[in-house]
Design a binder for this molecule. Structure first.
Ligand code: SF4
Ligand code: SF4
Length: 284
């Protein structure tokens, strides 16, 4: 088995990281597993994992570098750039590095070979040998996607002989969340059955349904709220992978930074249910 599972949620605070960490601790006894924190703007998996002695490397973004002598100031690179990162005046070429997404289109398309590959530090990737990795976006760096992609690439290199990689995605439905679930074998959507949670879940569903990635739902804090989430899943044939009850003991352990399945092994059943349902779904 070699499986990549991403864990996502429509909004913060649904228990996504709680789920990822407990899922990892449940499965790591059965399979060689790794957990990768892709929430690079606010990584928090290590609050629970407490990995020490981390290896680290700087992650770079490829940006264009202008060769003044070759540049004829035609402005084509500025037209190609969808992100308005280049401005060409009548006498000078400018780059706004904070807007550059490193797509390299301008470098490839410059008619006069006046752009070459440069690089800019945009974050750091840290990992340890027990199966943990995280990306940390540099302060004031506004674009998370290239770092997320670099962390994913690095995880496949470092954890190449692992059977399972769990990606803890950033919350939301914007580009960072979408980029983090891309190329997963399966995506787990963690949702709460409250009206607010259901509303966010619908947005997530709309954002990922056409990505050709199988997905299912974990209902966290089952027992509160309404049946809207459940009815919606039934209506759209979205598998419900497991239900984690609304339980004061669980909330207390989580808020104290404790790992549920390490404190009480009986809780493993929820996470094993989830994994077995994913396997069943993928084997269909
Ligand atoms: S496309 Fe090339 S030659 Fe034209 S302005 Fe840009 S860098 Fe200069
Ligand atoms: S690399 Fe892409 S995003 Fe950056 S300046 Fe060139 S075209 Fe724009």
């Amino acid at each position: 088995m070699k499986m990549k599972i991403s864990v996502a949620s429509g909004k913060g605070g649904t228990g996504k990281t709680f789920f990822s960490v407990n899922f990892y601790y449940t499965l790591k006894d059965e399979f060689k597993s790794a957990i990768v924190d892709l929430d690079v703007e606010e990584p928090n998996v290590n609050i629970f994992i407490k990995a020490e002695k981390l290896s680290a490397e700087i992650s770079y973004l490829t940006i264009p570098k202008n060769i003044k002598e070759k540049c004829i100031l035609c402005g084509k690179c500025s037209e190609y750039c969808e992100f308005n990162a280049i401005f060409v005046s009548s006498d000078k070429w400018y780059l706004f590095p904070e807007l550059c997404k490193g797509c390299t289109a301008c470098i490839k398309l410059c008619p006069n070979d006046a752009l070459i590959y440069g690089k800019k530090e945009h974050g750091i990737i840290r990992w340890d040998n027990s199966g943990f990795m995280e990306g940390i976006l540099k302060i004031r760096e506004p674009i998370a996607v290239p770092l997320i992609e670099n962390v994913k690439k690095k995880s496949l290199e470092i954890f190449k002989d692992y059977e399972l990689i769990i990606y803890d995605s950033p919350p939301g439905v914007t580009c960072p969340a979408i980029s983090s679930i891309k190329n997963s074998d399966f995506t787990i959507l963690v949702a709460e059955p409250t009206p607010f949670g259901f509303n966010d879940f619908k947005l997530t569903y709309e954002a990922i349904k056409d990505f050709n990635i199988p997905f299912g739902v974990v209902i966290n804090k089952d027992g509160i709220g309404t049946n809207e989430l459940e009815n919606f899943c039934k209506d759209k044939s979205i598998p419900i992978l497991c239900r984690i009850p609304h339980d004061k003991a669980i909330a207390e352990l989580y808020s104290n930074g404790k790992i549920l399945v390490k404190e009480d092994k009986t809780y493993k059943k929820y996470f094993l249910d989830c994994f077995n349902n994913i396997k069943k779904y993928l084997e269909k």
